[in-house]
Design a protein around this ligand. Structure first.
Ligand code: FAD
Length: 320
């Protein structure tokens, strides 16, 4: 069976969920071979094996932390040359997309970004993308070279399965360009204990209807009762009620969680562009004519200041 390279997104050996999703998708088109780089790379092997990686290629060097993406591209290129895979899968983060694009250029391959599904095809893997603010789905395949495909988080449910996960050292010779862009400083983001927005299985978002920065506490309390991430519309962010990093939409982040709860958000096309592929959408809005109800699976017409606390209370009661 053909091997499929999966680029491992991890922090000091802790593998991100988006990588486990990639392993699930990779199994549809071949045997997953994971590529883990940097500090803690070898520590990823156990969890990768538990999710179907037949092999884990590892390499650690200070360059991965000290310079931007090129060392990782060098390593992935070395893995492609060593394995001759049927495809290379990379998580669709900002960094992942840059790595994938540079790799595709290096190896003379076609690239598909932001896939939301993947299936085996007679002439290579077929990727589904959700385009034009999720108004259309397209299917495409790479016609030249080894397909390089980035896949959005939450595109597949993680499925555990046991595989060998044999660890092998990947020989990597860094190119001249590897040290071209140095990281000069790092400031850890203030931790909220909440999941990362683009990876969260549940997102609770607030819009202009929330009315103030202080009242975003209501949205946060609901989110915390569900173990969810907090999002915001651009109107809420522009008003200074929530950080720009939490903006969802065309000019913000794209999320695709299992559950998206929108409170006090009208559902403008630019907001939809960032959340329309969510599995289940719940809208809370006091205006029954709000466009968000056109795409919501469940809608509550009501004042969020009544509905959100009542919902939070019920969730807490049911969770015990
Ligand atoms: P509004 O449209 O003002 O809606 C507020 C809603 O809250 C209303 O439906 C109202 O009925 C409801 N409401 C009010 N009070 C309550 C209450 N007490 N209880 C329940 N409901 C209540 N927007 C984004 O979100 N993300 C983007 O990335 C983005 N990018 C953009 C890019 C461009 C180029 C442009 C032109 C616009 C962009 N926008 C974006 C802005 C977008 O067009 C909308 O203006 C914005 O999404 C509106 O935010 P909102 O739904 O919170 O506010």
């Amino acid at each position: 069976m053909a091997e499929v390279l999966v680029y491992v997104d991890h922090v000091d050996g802790t593998v991100r969920k988006s990588t486990l999703e990639l392993l699930t998708l990779a199994r549809r088109i071949g045997e997953p071979v994971a590529v883990a780089l940097g500090n803690g790379a070898a520590d990823t092997a156990t969890v990768l094996a538990e999710h179907g990686a037949v092999k884990v290629l590892t390499h650690d060097a200070p360059e991965y932390a000290e310079y931007l993406v090129v060392p990782k591209v060098d390593a992935l290129q070395a893995a492609v040359e060593a394995v001759s895979p049927a495809a290379v899968l990379v998580p669709s983060s900002d960094e992942g997309k840059e790595i994938a694009a540079r790799l595709a250029l290096r190896i003379g391959s076609g690239l598909i970004t932001d896939a939301v599904d993947l299936e085996a095809g007679d002439e290579g893997p077929v990727a589904t993308q959700s385009v034009f603010a999720a108004a259309y789905s397209t299917k495409s395949r790479v016609c030249k070279g080894v397909p390089v495909i980035t896949v959005k988080p939450n595109s597949a449910a993680v499925e555990a399965t046991t595989a060998a996960g044999t660890v092998e050292a990947l020989p990597v010779a860094f190119s001249e360009k590897a040290t071209g862009t140095k990281v000069t400083g790092r400031t850890p983001r203030e931790s909220t204990e909440r999941p990362e927005l683009t990876e969260a299985a549940i997102v609770v978002s607030g819009g202009r209807g929330v009315g103030s920065a202080d009242d975003f506490a209501l949205i946060e309390t609901l989110a915390d009762s569900l173990g969810a991430a907090v999002g915001a519309s651009r109107a809420a962010v522009d008003a200074g009620w929530y950080p720009h990093t939490n903006q969802i939409g065309q000019t913000g982040k794209t999320v695709s969680p299992q559950l998206y709860i929108a409170a006090g958000i009208s559902g403008a096309i630019q907001h939809r562009a960032g959340m329309q592929t969510s599995r289940t959408i719940v809208a809370i809005n006091k205006d029954a004519e709000a466009p968000i109800f056109e795409l919501a699976d469940y809608g509550v017409v009501g004042d969020l200041f009544d509905v959100v606390p009542a919902l939070t209370e019920q969730i807490k009661v049911r969770k015990g």
